[in-house]
Design a protein around this ligand. Structure first.
Ligand code: 6PG
Length: 256
């Protein structure tokens, strides 16, 4: 299935539009099967969106008690550490909306060593989904300048991990230089929907590489995100879309 590419005029407009898109996914999932299972991501672009989800979600009276929140990847640091993705999600979103605490599933980064932390989260996911396939209603992803997504870095062993839902990864070339825990491609590509949130001129060249049909996943891991039965959408600001070929079907949205 071809990805949908939506371009907003500014980082602020991207954050608001992405928040609306995520809340729409939640409404559809809850109406369809009574719950919304989402995996968040780290990064400054998603962070802006989480803040918008709070205001928009409270205004729309989102059905928070049916939300189940996981983390698609995290740094192997304590939740209180400023580098923690789940810590950021708590500060910007989860502490501000009434999702029941037992429906929040951070990666257990207190478990050492990092592979055991990954195995424990893998077990949590299998327990949560039971006999059903581990299918998320929505997985959010960011894009690193180096082409990584989640914590799937170029040339990393995690790229070829197919037996597990979650694995560990040594630091990539981008900071912070800490071990990571990340969803693997099989879990990411099983999702009903994957939504990339990408902003900034520093992502423009990488975005073009991701959408290049000749992209090599080992070089540009984000190009390996191709949901088998789900939808794939890239929501970009105009700076991040600046190097995309004009031949791509891009939907430019100018919110009033
Ligand atoms: C991480 C993130 C990572 C992030 C991208 C985009 O742990 O580093 O999960 O994959 O989403 O690096 O980050 P920005 O939006 O800050 O550019």
């Amino acid at each position: 299935m071809q990805p949908t590419i939506i371009v907003l005029p500014s980082p602020e407009a991207l954050a608001v539009a992405a928040a609306g898109e995520i809340l729409n996914h939640a409404r559809r999932a809850i109406s369809d099967h009574g719950r919304f299972v989402i995996a968040l991501t780290g990064g400054s672009t998603p962070e802006k969106t989480y803040k918008e989800i709070v205001s928009l979600g409270l205004k729309q009276k989102a059905d928070w008690v049916r939300w189940f929140v996981f983390m698609g990847d995290d740094r192997h640091v304590p939740l209180e550490d400023s580098r923690s993705n789940f810590g950021m999600a708590m500060r910007t979103l989860l502490h501000h909306v009434p999702i029941p605490a037992n429906q929040l599933f951070p990666i257990p980064t207190e478990i050492q060593p990092v592979q055991r932390s990954a195995s424990e989260y893998d077990r949590t996911l299998r327990q949560f989904f039971g006999t059903a396939p581990p299918v998320f209603d929505l997985i959010l992803l960011g894009l690193g300048d180096d082409g990584h997504t989640a914590s799937l870095f170029p040339h990393a062993p995690a790229l070829s991990c197919t037996a597990d839902l979650v694995t560990s990864s040594p630091p990539g070339v981008l900071p912070p230089p800490v071990d990571r825990v990340t969803f693997t491609f099989p879990l990411l590509n099983a999702a009903r929907a994957v939504l990339f949130l990408v902003g900034g001129a520093n992502k423009a060249r990488t975005m073009a590489r991701v959408l290049d049909p000749a992209a090599q996943v080992n070089e540009v891991p984000a190009a390996g995100i191709r949901p088998a039965h789900g939808t794939l959408c890239f929501m970009l600001d105009s700076a991040a879309a600046d190097a995309l070929p004009p031949t791509l079907p891009i939907k430019r949205v100018n919110p009033q």
